[in-house]
Design a protein around this ligand. Sequence first.
Ligand SMILES: [Zn+2]
Length: 372
Amino acid sequence: MTSGTFTLGRFFGIPVRLHVSWMLVLVLVTTSLAGGYFPEHYPHWSPLAHWTLGLAASLLFFASVLLHELAHSVVARARGLPVHDIILFIFGGVSQIAEEPESPGTELLMAIVGPLSSIALSIVLGILWLLTHRLSQPLGGLFLYLGGVNLSLGLFNLLPGFPLDGGRVLRALLWWQSKNMEWATRWASRVGQVIAYGFILLGVWRALTGSLASGLWIAFIGWFLDSAAQSSYRQTAVRMLLAGHTVAQVMTRGCEGIPPDTTLQEVVDRYILSSGRRCLPVTDGGRLLGLVTVHNVQRFPAAEWSVRTAREAMVPREALRSIAPGRPLTAALQEMAQDGVNQLPVLEGEQMVGLLTRENITTFLQLKAGAR
Ligand SMILES: [Zn+2]
């Protein structure tokens, strides 16, 4: 989900990104607060006050989501799990933690700190409301609203369906009891789907009984939870099958490089058409210069193929992601997902020792899944 995001900054060394969908939320929350919630509860305030408070409240709402995610990320990092970044998007935030926790205890702690910090913040905001609402009604109103938001954020995330925090807690408990992470993940995901269907039914019922907008929104959250439960389960299953294996074990070896001055015509005839290879490293004495794909060749009109060379068409080494043969396969998969590429050259120093493709990984997964 790195596409469509831009970096906001670093907090505790963790990059925080905003997804474009979050802009929509900012507008929606601000308008619904300034046009609905605040005028309803505080009708004698001026429209300017409604809008100022509306904007302040939605920005602070966003800060609350960020605090929740930072709690997860900071604990994850303290337990030795690499945190890639935090992305804030339409449904809240995601901490992108690159590895699965190694023990149920770590999982439990990592999951529970998010909702706990939201609930703790709601208590602090409640106290601030008590202290300020007689002195300043707008300030009191802001604290009261944010306190409610943080309480709901904490409680919603405690629902015991994977991949919500509560579902992770459930998984940790099942895992601890059964010593079987896959089984625990499967059941926590099923509970997640049941909760998702509950949301969809509730949303449809509300939509049919008059509250169309809120009904649709609830059903939409249900749909999102259902797809999240399914994809998180698949992701975990894949990671578990890949765990403990390295790039060197599945990469294509002896991937013949093509010399940089090969013409594109030759590239098409000798390599792409005859061997069906879709991705060709351009090498000079084993040193990788770049990578040519079918797509790169197609950028040139066929009439020029006999005069253009592989060097002209290739994506140069500096612009390529690569991976070392000893790296874990899970890391390779993540690199590919981040850049949306289908292959990674495998480099030992500057020497190309192989090519890792998505197909290599899929075949490996099929073999492993079949072998059990
Ligand atoms: Zn959370």
